[in-house]
Design a protein around this ligand. Structure first.
Ligand code: DQA
Length: 148
């Protein structure tokens, strides 16, 4: 990772994109997300480093790894969004902007999804825009870098 890196972190069950509740998350897979992020980053002269883990501590480690010296982090923490103070604390410690992404509109789903521990510590949010939201998030980070 270096000053051209956008770190794209995906939490639990996002490895199942495409087969998991397609009526909610669509038919695109994590490989499609990876391709989209790589292409979007490349258009801005950046490099996307896309990862996925089902483990909370690993996600915390990955956020810490990206906390400085890169363009920013795109974070779809999936289920940990609604449960993890540890992840929120890791995001708070970041010196680079973190964009919260959700494929579905968590504000319009079950009540337990409406609260995010991450929202007020993230610099920007792209929620309910499908997989295309990842491209929006990468573009936002690229624009921030260009403006800064
Ligand atoms: O796993 C996920 C995916 C999600 O983060 C989304 O991208 O819409 C929304 C979360 O509530 C859920 O637990």
């Amino acid at each position: 990772m270096d000053a051209r890196t956008v770190l794209v972190l995906n939490g639990p069950n996002l490895n199942l994109l495409g087969e998991r509740e397609p009526e909610v998350y669509g038919h695109e897979t994590l490989a499609d997300v990876e391709r989209l992020c790589a292409q979007t980053a490349e258009r801005h002269g950046l490099v996307a480093d896309v990862r996925q883990t089902n483990h909370e501590g690993v996600l915390v480690d990955q956020v810490q790894e990206g906390r400085r010296g890169i363009v920013g982090i795109v974070l779809n923490a999936a289920g940990y969004t609604h449960t993890s103070v540890a992840l929120r604390d890791a995001v708070s410690a970041c010196r680079v902007p973190v964009v919260e992404v959700h494929i579905s509109d968590i504000r319009a789903r079950e009540p337990f999804r409406r609260h995010s521990y991450l929202t007020d510590v993230c610099a920007h949010h792209v929620i309910g825009r499908g997989v295309a939201g990842y491209a929006e998030a990468v573009t936002w980070l690229a624009e921030q870098r260009d403006a800064g």
